[in-house]
Design a protein around this ligand. Structure first.
Ligand code: MF3
Ligand code: CO
Ligand code: CO
Length: 258
């Protein structure tokens, strides 16, 4: 990933990405009421897999480089790639990122949100709200002629003045009929640096913001990435397309099932 050429999607392909993106958003919306104290992350995974299969779609994470489940569930100090587990029971005050990627007619809709389980602490609420704001500030930078570095700069400018840090080890990515492709989209950066954005580029922006240090380590299971200092981490993700006059968010929930 990263060194290959950035593919510009045709109108026809962007329409397919729109369908996949809408499905991803609808799935996240469907899961939301199930996120409450007492549910296990394995139950959330089963609900997501049933929803996906019932519609004739496929869950991209399942079997992806050996990932064992259909969604990622990243709780509290887990930065990303948390594996659903039947022993992991959500409790009041937890935060959980749920990351879904249904494949619809060969194309991937990749989106995630961090949810509150019951009532969050003031600090957890602030982290989650700032993280979502970081994503939208980055999306505002997406237009032809701007550069990839503008996105990361916007995220840093949003997170760091609040005393939070931006994870370096995981990036957004091009997404299409391929799950992860060029370009890489770092969530830190310098304005005016990096590849120029062009109409037809489709990629994710998925900032992971930590309460403490940005440093991550990966557990023995080779997937679960946690904060080195045990601090909380939050994440939000959208799949976006660069259009001739700006940006289209492909993974917005539009109030319908799909
Ligand atoms: N959906 C994640 C992303 O945003 C990737 C998950 S890969 C998996 O890129 F294998 F962990 F599922
Ligand atoms: Co994702
Ligand atoms: Co992604």
């Amino acid at each position: 990933m990263g060194s290959e050429r950035i593919v510009l999607l045709s109108k026809r392909e962007i329409e397919k990405m729109r369908r996949a993106g809408r499905a991803a958003a609808a799935l996240l919306h469907y899961l939301e009421p199930h996120v409450k104290p007492g549910v296990t992350t394995a139950e959330l995974d089963e609900i997501a897999e049933s929803w996906t299969k019932e519609r004739g779609y496929r869950s991209a994470p399942l079997g992806y480089h050996g990932f064992p489940k259909s969604i990622c569930t990243s709780v509290n100090n887990v930065i990303c790639h948390g594996i659903p587990n039947k022993k992991q029971v959500l409790k009041d005050g937890d935060i959980i990122n749920i990351d879904v990627t249904p494949v619809v007619d060969g194309y991937h809709g990749d989106t995630s949100k961090t949810f509150f389980v019951g009532e969050p602490s003031a600090e957890a609420r602030k982290l989650v709200e700032v993280t979502e704001k970081c994503l939208y500030q980055a999306i505002e930078e997406v237009k032809p002629g701007n550069r990839i570095g503008d996105l990361g700069a916007a995220i840093q400018e949003c997170a760091e003045p609040q005393g939070f840090s931006v994870v370096r080890d995981f990036v957004g990515h091009g997404v299409s009929n391929v799950f992860h492709t060029a370009p890489q989209v770092p969530h830190f950066g310098t304005r005016g640096k990096g590849k120029r954005l062009r109409p037809g580029m489709v990629f994710t922006i998925e900032p992971m913001i930590n309460e403490g240090s940005w440093e991550a380590k990966v557990l023995e299971d080779e997937w679960t990435a946690i904060t080195v200092d045990g601090g909380l981490s939050a994440q939000f993700e959208h799949t976006v397309a660069v259009t001739p006059d700006g940006v289209e968010i492909l993974t917005l929930y539009e109030g319908d099932d799909v």
